[in-house]
Design a protein around this ligand. Structure first.
Ligand code: HEM
Length: 464
C-alpha cells in the first residue's frame, strides 16, 4: 500500500480511501504493515471513509499512547473491536475507569509469578494426561486439527487456575467452542469498522447465541460458588469472596470478570501455539534445535517444573513466534482530548490503531530480515537487536492495561511445547504457512492439520 498526501506541520500522511479500504479488505494484516512502512513509521491516517483512524507504529509513539498519556487514550467502546468485546464481557477487567481498576486490583495478584509457579507441576500433569489422547491418533495415522487439540491442552492446563474443579472439562470445551464462534463472528464488523452498530450484520446472531451458551454454563457455577465460596485461590473462588466498597460483587460484576478472563486466556494461548507447527515445518533447522533441547532437558518426560528454566532455546522460539504472530494483533484506542503525536495533530474522538503485528514486522525497526523467523534475534548475545526488541516488541501490550497473563502464557506454552515435542513428531497435511484471518485474535485462515508419529522413547499413555 502506498501513502499519499502532503505532510505539513500537524497534518498526517493519508492513505487515500480508494487504496486503504480495498487493501484492508483484501489483506488487513499486511496492509497495516505496508502503511506503517510507507509512512516511514510516522503517524499515518488510513482512509476508511467515514472513520479514518490513525495508525501508530513507531515504538515511541506507541509508548506515549499506551503508557505516558494513557489516560488520554481509553479503549473507547465505539471502536468495532472494543464494542464487540464489551458485548461479550460487559464491564470488567476489559473496560476502563473505576470498574476496570477495581477488577485489575482483584485479579492481578492471582497471576503473579510466585502464585503461578507453585502450580506448574499440576499444570504439567494435566497437560501430560490430556496429551494421552493423541496417542490413539498417532497410532491410527489419523489427521488431527492441531488448533482444536491445543485448545483442549490449554483448557486442561488452566482449569485449576480458574475454577479449581468446579467446571468439567466437557463444559470448558463447550465454552471454547462458543468462543470460537464469537471470535470469528466478529470478522464482518472488524472489516467494516465504519458500519454503525445498529445496522445488523452477518455474524451478529451467531455472536449472541454463543454468548448465551457461555452464560448458560458459567452462571450456575458462579451462583454455586457464591453460596459456598470456600477458601480456594482459583479465579472463581477469589471473585466469589471479593468485596468492592465493602460489598460483595454483584453477579453481573463477577460474571463479566470471569467471562473476560476465560476469553482472553484460552483464545490467545492456543492461537499463538497453532502457528508453531507450520513455522517449524518451514524451518527444519529451528525444529532440529528445538527437538535437541527438549530431548536433552526432558528426555522421554514427563515435563516437570524444574525443566522450564533450562528450555532456553524453546523460550527464544516462543518469543519469535509472538513477534510474528502476536495474538492481540490490533489494539484500538480513542483520543478523549486533542493531542499531538510525533508532530501530527490528533483530534478529540479520533480512533488510534496500534498494532503489535505491524510494528513487530516492520523493516524500519527489525531490519531487512524482519519477515523471517529467526529465534536467535532474542539471544542474549545479539546486542544490536536487544534495543529493537525492547522498543519495538510489545506482544503483551504496554502501560496500565498490560497483559496480566504473560507469565501464565510462558509457563503453559513451554509445558505444552515440551510435552508435545518429547512425545511426537509432526507431519503437516499442507506444509505452507497459512495466511492470517481477520478475527478478534490472530488466527490462521485455515485449520492446521497434521499427523503425528510417536517418538521411539515415548511411552504410550504414560500418565495413566
Ligand atoms: C500469548 C498470549 C497472550 C497475548 C499475546 C496477550 C496479549 C495481550 C495484550 C496485547 C493486551 C493489552 C490490551 C490492551 O492494551 O487493550 C492484553 C491484556 C490482557 N491480557 Fe493478555 N495476552 C495473552 C495471554 C493472556 C493470558 C493467558 C491471560 C490470563 C490471565 C491474559 C489476560 C489479560 C488481561 C486480563 C488483560 C487486560 C488487562 C487490563 O486491561 O488491565 N492474557 N493481553
Amino acid at each position: 500500500m502506498g501513502a499519499q498526501g502532503a505532510r505539513t506541520a500537524g497534518r498526517p500522511m493519508t492513505v487515500p480511501v480508494w487504496r486503504a479500504l480495498p487493501n484492508f479488505l483484501r489483506d488487513a494484516h499486511q496492509s497495516l504493515v505496508d502503511a506503517g512502512e510507507a509512512a516511514g513509521g510516522r503517524v499515518v491516517r488510513l482512509g476508511f471513509g467515514v472513520s479514518s483512524p490513525y495508525l501508530v507504529t513507531d515504538p515511541d509513539h506507541v509508548r506515549q499512547v499506551l503508557q505516558d498519556r494513557a489516560t488520554n487514550y481509553p479503549r473507547g467502546d465505539d471502536t468495532a473491536l472494543w464494542r464487540s468485546v464489551r458485548k461479550l464481557v460487559g464491564d470488567g477487567i476489559l473496560a476502563e475507569g473505576d470498574t476496570w481498576l477495581a477488577s485489575r486490583k482483584t485479579l492481578a495478584p492471582l497471576f503473579r509469578r510466585g502464585r503461578i509457579d507453585v502450580m506448574v507441576d499440576t499444570m504439567a500433569k494435566a497437560i501430560d494426561e490430556a496429551t494421552d489422547r493423541l496417542d490413539g491418533a498417532a497410532e491410527a495415522g489419523r489427521v488431527v486439527d492441531i488448533g482444536a487439540e491445543l485448545s483442549r491442552l490449554v483448557c486442561a492446563a488452566i482449569m485449576r487456575v480458574f475454577f479449581d474443579s468446579r467446571v468439567s472439562v466437557d463444559d470448558a470445551l463447550r465454552i471454547m467452542a462458543a468462543q470460537e464462534e464469537i471470535v470469528t463472528s466478529m470478522a464482518p464488523r472488524l472489516l467494516a469498522p465504519f458500519t454503525p452498530w445498529w445496522i445488523p450484520m452477518p455474524g451478529d446472531r451467531r455472536f449472541h447465541r454463543a454468548v448465551q451458551t457461555i452464560d448458560g454454563i458459567l452462571l450456575p457455577v458462579l451462583r454455586a460458588a457464591v453460596q459456598q465460596p470456600g477458601d480456594g485461590d482459583d479465579v472463581l473462588s477469589t471473585l466469589a469472596r471479593a468485596q468492592r466498597d465493602g460489598q460483595p460483587l454483584s453477579e453481573r460484576q463477577m460474571r463479566d470478570d470471569l467471562v473476560s478472563m476465560v476469553a482472553v486466556t484460552t483464545e490467545t494461548s492456543y492461537v499463538v501455539l497453532t502457528w508453531l507447527w507450520p513455522v517449524l515445518a518451514n524451518h527444519p533447522d529451528v525444529a532440529e534445535r528445538l527437538y535437541a533441547e527438549v530431548d536433552q532437558v526432558v528426555g522421554a518426560g514427563p515435563v516437570r517444573a524444574e525443566h522450564l528454566r533450562q528450555l532456553t532455546y524453546t523460550q527464544l522460539v516462543l518469543n519469535e513466534l509472538l513477534r510474528l504472530y502476536p495474538a492481540g494483533w490490533i489494539v484500538p484506542r480513542r483520543a478523549s482530548a486533542p493531542d499531538v503525536l510525533g508532530g501530527v495533530r490528533i483530534e478529540r474522538g479520533a480512533t488510534v490503531i496500534l498494532s503489535p503485528y505491524a510494528t513487530q514486522r516492520m523493516r524500519a525497526y527489525w531490519g531487512p530480515t524482519a519477515e523471517s523467523f529467526d529465534p536467535e534475534r532474542f539471544a542474549p548475545d545479539r546486542h544490536e537487536v536487544e534495543t529493537a526488541r525492547r522498543n519495538a516488541y510489545y506482544p503483551f501490550g504496554l502501560g496500565m492495561h498490560r497483559c496480566l497473563g504473560e507469565h501464565l502464557f510462558n509457563v503453559e506454552a513451554l509445558l505444552i511445547v515440551a510435552t508435545l515435542v518429547s512425545r511426537f513428531r509432526f507431519a503437516l497435511t499442507d506444509p505452507t504457512v497459512p495466511a492470517p484471518r481477520v478475527a478478534a485474535s490472530l488466527r490462521p485462515r485455515r485449520q492446521v492439520e497434521l499427523t503425528l508419529s510417536r517418538r521411539d522413547h515415548a511411552v504410550p499413555g504414560r500418565s495413566n
